[in-house]
Design a protein around this ligand. Structure first.
Ligand SMILES: NC(=O)c1ccc[n+]([C@@H]2O[C@H](COP(=O)([O-])OP(=O)(O)OC[C@H]3O[C@@H](n4cnc5c(N)ncnc54)[C@H](OP(=O)(O)O)[C@@H]3O)[C@@H](O)[C@H]2O)c1
Length: 221
């Protein structure tokens, strides 16, 4: 991203020992309460939480903070064709504290945009392709005042960030079980790189061993 400023991106996820972030039926219950507290603490330190459309459709998260006092942040959803239900929690829950931005593509019909804008949702358009163009989106979010983002998945959105080498830091919780299943979503989905040498490298910066969970922190090399 030479010549333009981008938010600092922290990828955060909880996965099983075998790298799954949900079971084959979409069960996402991986974290224990201590882990949730850590994640909510991290949320207090960023300007925005970002997720992909399928995470909204499958989990309907509020993306809020339960355990701490805080001033709020943006919730950013990537939904190229504006399809998430209008009664999703990111739309109906506490817009005054966690204003929601939906990122979409440039040739989206105006009538669709109006439906979301009437619910006080801000729409940002990025790219003329089939999916939101992340490289164009980053400086747009930066201009909006979003200098740091906690990327909270899912696997397909994580891949787009990895492919475009946009991740600055990773915080990963490993839950001590194995769920298996080739249909279960992994930490990173997508087509993947052909060779190890093509993949972005990270440096291990911290390890915590707590309640049989392992929390790993990595920084971009
Ligand atoms: N354990 C954890 O930490 C954790 C965290 C989050 C989610 N999850 C789990 O992950 C699962 C959802 O993951 P998922 O991989 O199915 O979906 P996802 O990554 O949440 O969403 C993917 C969707 O985002 C949209 N999108 C827009 N622009 C994109 C871009 N540039 N690159 C990639 N996607 C883009 C695409 O839909 P359009 O083409 O229609 O825009 C795409 O299908 C759920 O089961 C959830 O429980 C687990």
């Amino acid at each position: 991203m030479k010549g333009s400023e981008k938010p600092y991106i922290i990828l955060n996820a909880a996965m099983t020992i075998d790298g799954k972030i949900a079971s084959k039926t979409g069960d996402p219950e991986l974290s224990d309460e201590d882990d949730w507290k850590d994640v909510h603490k991290l949320r207090t330190q960023v300007d925005a939480i970002m997720v992909g459309k399928q995470t909204i459709i499958k989990d309907n998260p509020k993306l809020h903070i339960k355990y701490y006092e805080h001033k709020g942040y943006y919730r950013v959803v990537l939904d190229s064709n504006l399809t998430i239900p209008l009664d999703s929690n990111v739309i109906i829950y506490k817009q005054d504290v966690y204003p929601t931005i939906i990122c979409t593509i440039e040739n989206i019909p105006l009538e669709k945009i109006k439906k979301y804008e009437s619910k006080n949702i801000k729409i940002i358009k990025s790219g003329k392709g089939k999916r939101v163009d992340l490289l164009k989106l980053m400086p747009l979010l930066f201009k909006q005042g979003i200098k740091s983002i906690l990327l909270e998945g899912g696997g397909n959105l994580n891949w787009s960030f990895i492919k475009n080498d946009l991740i600055d830091e990773i915080r990963l919780t490993i839950a001590p079980w194995i769920v298996g299943g080739k249909e279960a979503i992994s930490l990173v989905e997508g087509e993947g790189f052909s060779k190890m040498i093509e993949s972005p490298r990270f440096k291990l910066s911290n390890i915590i061993n707590r309640n049989n969970y392992v929390i790993l922190n990595y920084k971009k090399e």
